[in-house]
Design a binder for this molecule. Structure first.
Ligand code: NAD
Ligand code: 5JK
Length: 369
């Protein structure tokens, strides 16, 4: 990727490019990466919207594949200059087994790293998560923290454990010699809870509200703040970090960055109401309607039912001991590291992010009826 009078023609690979975040990364690259020559989109399930991207000036190559299969990853990575690895199994509801989560998130990431080394690919951006930090099993609050804030990051749940292990692999791989003699430059982005167009959990809450006659019932105190970040800004951060990794290899290699923007600090439910309110839903209660011990009981009951029913069917409700603990623990980020290291500024204001998300929820309304 040497500087030349002519813009270099780059090949990017986005793993998980058909997912919620992956789709936004793919579209952002096509819109805002002028050096892009070929964009490879690697996913277990290819989406139909990929077809419409194939008519543009950039060569778009859709690759159906599995990150747990080293040979499939190696074939997809061969010849790529940059890999953005967003593929992952995002499961905090007990839908997948711990082994599967580990295989996809940890072994899959190891396969991506090895493929980069074998292929001589120099730049790797990994989508990590705030969950590699916390909330921890002790429910310690993380209030407006940054990348250097001390925090006891202790996890038991398979998803945060897998993300933490994968992130460590990516950071440790920084500086490894790749085929051709150059060195791998890696970094990890840690989004907090992402929202925006395509956010399945937001859709679930919306449909739940419709079923309950346009009401949602407050379960968590309004004082418990949650870090949230708009998907378009998370995608923009990925594009920017990938672009700057070459110029700022020494500064950025092996670094972690929280993903942030100007979304307000609010509780999970109050934040969702920023979008669901204008779509006709109402959050009932200024304080939680059920005592916390009852929520703990219900969450434990759900976990027990999930275990008992597993041989017959998959019972995976939103409420379980882990999601309750996350929902009930303050975790917010306040940092400017991405701005300092690679000039990141959010591309979408809070007002834009909010409007876009509301329009998307309203568009799904038709689908719900
Ligand atoms: N959604 C959030 O709030 C959030 C927050 C922080 C970090 N993240 C991280 O961002 C990434 C994307 O998350 P998302 O919310 O878009 O999830 P998602 O489930 O919408 O997208 C993940 C994509 O990865 C693909 N995938 C899963 N297993 C695969 C495999 N074995 N091989 C190839 N592809 C596979 C899926 O098909 C899907 O398209 C994940 O790594 C996740 O850990 C998400
Ligand atoms: C108590 C219930 C009424 C409410 C349950 C809400 C619960 C499903 C929500 C609350 C917080 C959410 C997580 C948070 O936004 C951040 C992440 C990080 C990301 O890497 C994966 C998704 C996850 C864990 C969100 C999942 C849904 C949670 C737990």
């Amino acid at each position: 990727m040497a500087e030349s009078a002519q813009a270099p023609k780059l090949v990017y690979l986005v793993t998980g490019g058909c997912g919620f975040l992956g789709e936004h990364v793919v579209r952002m690259l096509l819109e805002r990466e002028p050096r892009l020559h070929e964009l490879r989109i690697f996913d277990l399930h290819l989406s139909p919207w990929l077809e419409e991207l194939k008519t543009g000036p950039v060569q778009v190559t859709a690759i159906q594949g599995d990150v747990t299969q080293a040979h499939e990853v190696a074939a997809a990575v061969a010849g790529a200059h940059v890999v953005i690895h967003t593929a992952g199994l995002v499961d905090v509801f007990g839908r997948a087994s711990p082994d599967t989560i580990h295989e996809v998130n940890v072994q899959g990431t190891q396969n991506v790293i090895e493929a980069c080394v074998q292929a001589g690919t120099q730049f790797l951006v990994y989508t990590s998560s705030m969950e590699v930090v916390g909330p921890n099993i002790k429910g310690h609050p993380f209030y407006r923290g940054n990348e250097d804030t001390p925090y006891e990051a202790v996890h038991r749940h398979p998803y945060p454990c897998s993300k933490a292990l994968a992130e460590q692999l990516v950071l440790k791989a920084n500086g490894r010699k790749v085929r051709g003699g150059l060195h791998l430059v890696t970094c990890a982005l840690r989004p907090t809870g992402i929202y925006g167009e395509g956010h399945q959990i937001m859709r679930d809450f919306y449909h739940q509200g419709l079923r309950l006659g346009g009401r949602l019932f407050r379960a968590i105190p309004a004082s418990v703040e949650h870090g949230r970040v708009y998907v378009g800004n998370v995608a923009w951060m990925h594009v920017l970090v990938a672009r700057k990794l070459e110029q700022q290899a020494t500064l950025m290699g092996g670094q972690v960055y929280f993903c942030y923007d100007n979304s307000p600090y609010k509780s999970y439910e109050d934040f969702n109401m920023e979008f669901l309110g204008p779509c006709g839903l109402r959050l009932v209660g200024t304080r939680p309607l059920l005592p916390y011990w009852l929520l703990v009981f219900l969450a434990t009951l759900n976990a027990l039912l999930q275990w008992l029913l597993r041989p017959l069917l998959l019972y995976a409700p939103l409420l379980n001991p882990y999601t309750l603990a996350v929902a009930n623990t303050t975790f917010t980020v306040s940092t400017n590291k991405a701005q300092r290291h690679f000039g990141y500024e959010p591309l979408f204001s809070w007002e834009d992010s909010r409007t876009r998300t509301i329009l998307w929820v309203q568009a799904t309304e038709g689908l719900a009826q």
